[in-house]
Design a protein around this ligand. Structure first.
Ligand code: ADP
Length: 265
């Protein structure tokens, strides 16, 4: 398993009020998935992405990346892992404005002190080509469109060859058509290279392209879905129904599972 989130809770202090952003979340992420973490604003999506991205640490529970627990690591160790294991794609692209497209892609490769300049430039060319920007390597971000900037950001994330790519609402600042193109590009790269993508989103188009979905509500996982053709197969429906006054159908489903379990146990 590429990543595991085990019984993770996250509490923030807002003044003297504790805010629980995640409640006992469990999640497994397999290598090569295209996963959407969906849910309304404030449901805990960014918090979960930050924990996976070694940006923040849980209050309780453990996050594992490639079998390695992230708990007990110093800020420096986490920063090192973050630089090598995680690729980030942001809604605001976050390119360095004074650097060209090629230099933006090259920048995170400078952390690999043993990597020769020739290999860095080879990777830069390779990934800029992969996102369709071979001819724009000398352009600065302000000479590129929003879609092109996000392509540079995708190339930058891939160039490190991270274990996992985390994308926080990557279509939020793109027009509809450009957003769709960028998503299809990421899906193609996911299929052709096996790179693992995890999105936080409420964009239905991302959910439609995804092969895994995690629905969050109030910091809880209410549904875990695995795609089967055009359909979603859900686990954890029951947790949702038990937790809330869900629809009659969901309650009935929970009841059936409950009686099946009682009969089995
Ligand atoms: P989403 O990404 O789904 O919008 P977040 O993970 O940003 O949700 O937030 C989940 C909850 O945690 C919200 O109630 C939010 O206000 C709270 N929260 C997030 N970050 C902080 C923080 N740094 N300090 C205090 N509260 C926070």
């Amino acid at each position: 398993m590429l990543a595991r989130v085990e019984d993770v809770s996250k509490e923030y202090q807002l003044g003297d009020q504790p805010v629980t952003a995640l409640h006992h979340v469990n999640l497994s992420i397999e290598q090569g998935v295209f996963m959407a973490i969906a849910g309304p604003s404030g449901s805990g999506k960014s918090t979960l992405l930050n924990l996976l991205g070694c940006i923040d640490t849980p209050t309780t529970g453990t996050v594992y990346l490639d079998g390695e627990p992230l708990s007990g690591k110093s800020a420096d160790e986490l920063a090192r892992l973050r630089g090598r294991w995680i690729g980030f794609i942001f809604q605001t692209f976050n390119l360095l404005p004074v650097l060209s497209a090629a230099e933006n892609v090259e920048y995170p490769l400078l952390q690999f002190v043993d990597m020769r300049g020739e290999e860095r430039r080879r990777r830069v060319r390779h990934y800029l080509k992969l996102v369709g920007l071979a001819e724009f390597e000398r352009h600065r971000p302000n000479q590129l469109s929003g879609g092109q900037r996000q392509r540079v950001a995708i190339a930058r994330a891939l160039a490190v060859r991270p274990k996992i790519i985390l994308a926080d609402e990557p279509t939020a600042n793109l027009d509809h058509r450009t957003g769709s193109r960028i998503l299809r590009l990421m899906r193609r790269i996911n299929r052709s290279t096996g790179a693992t993508f995890v999105f936080s989103t409420h964009d239905q188009r991302i959910i439609d392209l995804a092969d895994r979905r995690v629905d969050l509500e109030d910091g809880r996982v209410v549904r875990l879905g695995v795609r089967s053709g055009h359909e979603w197969v859900y686990a954890a429906e029951r947790a949702a129904a038990a937790d809330r006054t869900g629809s009659a159908e969901r309650a009935a489903a929970a009841d059936r599972t409950g009686s099946a379990e009682r009969a089995a146990g």
